[in-house]
Design a protein around this ligand. Sequence first.
Ligand code: GAL
Length: 433
Amino acid sequence: MQSIKGLRWLTVVLVTSMVIMGCGGDEGTDETTTTAAAGGEMTGEVEVFSWWTGGGEAAGLEAMIGVFATEDPGIEFVNSAVAGGAGTNARAVLASRLQANDPPDSWQGHAGWELIGTYVAADQIESLNFLYDQEGWLDVMPETLIPLISKDGDIYSVPVNIHRANVLWANPTVLADAGIDMPESFDDFVTALQTLKDGGMDAPLAMGEQWTSMHLFETVLLATLGPDDYNALWDGSGSWDEAGVTTALENFATLLDFTNSDASALSWQDAGQLVIDGSAAFNVMGDWQEGFFREIGSVPQEGYTWAPVPGTGGNFQFLSDSFVLAKNAPHRDEAIAWLTVAGSREGQDAFNPVKGSIPARNDGDRSLYGEYLLSAMDDWASNTVVGSLTHGVVANDSWKSEIDTALGLFMQSRDVAAFQTALVAAAAASPNE
Ligand code: GAL
């Protein structure tokens, strides 16, 4: 970390000289130089917003905060995480704070259209090109990711990880007892579910509240359509009217028949717990689920096993958690110090093994990661990469919210034709732009 700090100081000195010479940037830059140059070791606080409050996620964040505390001991980390709903609750609180011109200094925003279509579009965050230059991040961050966090040549966030969305988690004992192998195709999956149901397990596929059904839905879209047609739905080149989408919706409805009736009352951790307990055989969830499994002491290949969601093998449906710098951040220097740690190898290697994700940087220390995450690293490097809907990559917030409304109605009605009509309308009403 010395080198990170050293580089940061070099930049502070350079920027300070530029300001003195009259070539300084905006107000924020002046502020940086004043505080940093005067203070020696930085003091103050930084308020950081996320929704990581439990089950592996809070522990991952704490681990990165630990690196921050070592690197910048004078800065108090104010953790303003808001629980629940894969960010739904936190983002509602964030939106009202932004509305009231009361931003936290930094917050978790997903790479992709969530970031670009909301915070960049509303001019709520700063370009971070200066930090990328200073830290040399363009050499270590994946090329595929940079366009998803950029607009007009400006880079707007610091990705801390890559999560995989299309993972099927399973209880190996339940499968072995029923004589079932991990399913690879969608048809195998349905056969396995039916076998378990016939054997007396009423709801072999554990699901939680509504966003987790959207999560399941996006993986079924990918499984049914394949990566090209899946991508075409989001970039405008494909139509939601196609027969393939009808089949995907039917497939989704088929899976819902095997899920628990109390899903809407359960968190994603609750749904994962059903698998660990052996009350359910399967759960489709992003790999933060592994962070939770580890947190509760479950052991890979004993308590749980995994595979790509059936029909999606060879594809890595991804999302990336990334941190931004608020425009007019109350503690801008401290926020930059935080972002520097979030983008560092040390920060990412502390956070990700616990969070259940792989580092966004390509130079993570593999010896720190367990069997599942090593397999995710290999797949990220070799698979076809597509983006997640539920976690902000492929659709802007308005589009996603319209899909969510249509999905909510579908969960009640199971009316495939009406769902498809609503999806066609959503794509027309809120295209990515
Ligand atoms: C996602 C987020 C993950 C994890 C998950 C469940 O949106 O990207 O990091 O937090 O929600 O909380």
